[in-house]
Write a protein that binds this ligand. Structure first.
Ligand code: S3P
Length: 178
């Protein structure tokens, strides 16, 4: 039987990596983080890519990686995507092909709390970080919503809670359970 993948999307700090690991452990699947894969492939950290190639260079690399994963066609995978992956329409189409897309929805307040002091997110290295988070989150809602098969609110929840909610939520989706 074909084992569908899970693709976690959502803003920075929404819990994609931690919940993705918990989900993979719970479901006996393999976890892959697209940001880490991209860093391994390019031999640069994400801040280095942004610095040397600008955001456009990073986005092109991200799209190429998503294309390759979709082509690879692996099964039984949990993929955590970078927060901006669903912004390009081409990526949204491929992410849907890659598996069941779960949007980890989060409030600006939680993001600001969780990412306080983080220096590895180039888009947030600015003095007006809080305002930038609020604006970006609002601007991205429609891209996340149009890509997602289901949404889970992650504020105040542990990675294990989120993983369980994804698994049980999926089972309850009409026509979606296996
Ligand atoms: C980005 C999110 C980051 C990383 C890059 C851009 C974004 O991933 O891909 O810094 O545009 O939201 P995380 O969501 O894993 O932090």
């Amino acid at each position: 039987m074909k084992r569908e993948n899970y693709v976690l999307i959502g803003y920075m700090g929404s819990g994609k990596t931690t919940a993705g690991r918990a989900l993979a452990a719970l479901a006996g699947m393999i976890f892959q983080d697209l940001d880490l894969l991209l860093e391994e492939r390019s031999g640069m950290t994400i801040p280095e890519i942004f610095e040397k190639e600008t955001e456009k260079g990073f986005r092109d690399r991200e799209s190429a990686l998503i294309r390759d994963l979709a082509e690879e066609g692996r099964e039984g995978m949990v993929y955590a995507t970078g927060g901006g992956a669903p912004l390009r329409e081409e990526n949204r189409t491929l992410l849907k092909k890659l598996g069941r897309v779960v949007w980890l929805d989060v409030s600006a307040h939680t993001v600001i709390d969780r990412l306080a002091g983080a220096s590895d997110r180039p888009l947030l290295q600015r003095p007006d970080r809080e305002e930038a988070v609020r604006t970006m989150l609002t601007d991205r809602q429609s891209a996340y919503a149009s890509c997602a098969d289901m949404a889970v609110r992650t504020d105040g929840k542990s990675p294990g809670d989120i993983a369980l909610e994804i698994l049980s939520g999926w089972d309850k989706k009409p026509g979606r359970g296996e």
